[in-house]
Ligand binder design. Structure first.
Ligand SMILES: C[S@@+](CC[C@H](N)C(=O)[O-])C[C@H]1O[C@@H](n2cnc3c(N)ncnc32)[C@H](O)[C@@H]1O
Length: 307
């Protein structure tokens, strides 16, 4: 039997917890507005997802390591989740420079991918699943998300974070090779030098692939100090039958994608960045047999072209 003083203490704890959650819900709404403003987008569905999903549920117990370009990671002053609601990276494996990505970059890319209610989204490089949860929110209870993570430690945390959620399938493996069902959206969260065949094969008609292409130069440096040539670019690829429309969305500096990098494509990518003109790309071809003048980038058996 509980004494009345124990009951009072339990009620007080419950009340304070509820108050903290209510405060955090307000903080999250403000955070979502800042994230959308920084991404320069007006997408209420993305905003609602950022306002709803609790970042602290995915990143493990605080204090959390925050990367600083001027030096080593700095822990948040305490484990108060309020520190997570900034438009910043958070370290998930700091010793490998592996971070929970910048909210405004993901807001921009997710908005470009337009995950709709009931769709199937495949995320490559899911980490511990914060952006997986944003995608889950956007596809709703009739949609599903397949989240793939290469690193076994992170894949274990990812699986634990979505345990008991039947519409989320978490897989440990190489997202450039692993089997998955045809997808409306393939959201790649690591830097490739080329699109993996399976991403293009498994994109449904009308499906959207978000593809970060990065050169080997510049990773780990402050992205604000390095030009796009030494970082990378994110393209949105939309499939229509055997055609793939392509559009440049953003510059990016991101952790490399194992399995989707080859030396020949890296060279072609570095040359294309030097040349400039990524913003004029309109098509992706699954062949390298095109006139040079038509191509921004000509890989061994693929190309990004102006027409
Ligand atoms: C920049 S981190 C982003 C993690 C997560 N999206 C986030 O923001 O928290 C990139 C992730 O991609 C994973 N990764 C790299 N290559 C991969 C591959 N071929 N298949 C699946 N995951 C991969 C890395 O292990 C890492 O967790």
């Amino acid at each position: 039997m509980t004494s009345s003083s124990e009951q009072v203490a339990a009620d007080t704890a419950l009340f304070l917890d509820r108050l903290e959650q209510e405060e955090l819900a307000i903080v999250r709404r403000a955070y979502a507005k800042h994230v959308l403003a920084n991404a320069n987008i007006n997408d209420p569905r993305v905003g609602a997802a950022f306002a709803a999903v609790r970042r602290e549920d995915f990143l493990g117990p605080g204090p959390w390591p925050m990367p600083r370009w001027s030096g080593p990671y700095v822990p948040t002053p305490s484990d108060d989740p309020v520190y997570l609601y900034q438009d910043t990276l958070v370290g998930i494996v700091p010793e490998r420079h592996l971070n929970n990505g910048q909210p405004s970059l993901h807001a921009l890319l997710i908005s470009a991918a337009t995950p709709r209610s009931s769709e199937h989204v495949v995320q490559i490089g899911a980490g511990v699943g914060y952006y997986t949860a944003i995608l889950v929110h956007m596809v709703g209870k009739n949609g599903r998300v397949t989240a793939v993570e290469f690193d076994s430690g992170l894949a274990g945390r990812l699986a634990a974070n979505f345990a008991g959620q039947p519409h989320v399938r978490s897989l440990r493996g190489d997202g450039a090779e692993i089997e998955f069902d045809p997808a409306d959206v393939i959201y790649v969260n690591a830097g490739a030098t080329r699109p993996a065949d399976i991403w293009l094969d498994r994109l449904k008609d009308g499906g959207r692939l978000i593809l970060p292409l990065t050169s080997d130069k510049g990773f780990g440096e402050n992205p604000e100090n390095i030009p796009i040539q030494r970082r990378g670019a994110v393209f949105r690829i939309e499939r229509h039958g055997v055609e793939y429309l392509a559009k440049w969305i953003s510059a990016v500096a991101i952790f490399p994608c194992e399995g989707a990098r080859d030396i020949e494509s890296e060279r072609a990518l570095a040359a294309a960045f030097e040349k400039g003109g990524w913003e004029r790309v309109t098509r992706l071809y699954r062949s390298g047999d095109l006139p040079d003048a038509q191509c921004w980038l000509k890989g061994p058996d693929w190309a990004l072209a102006y027409a």
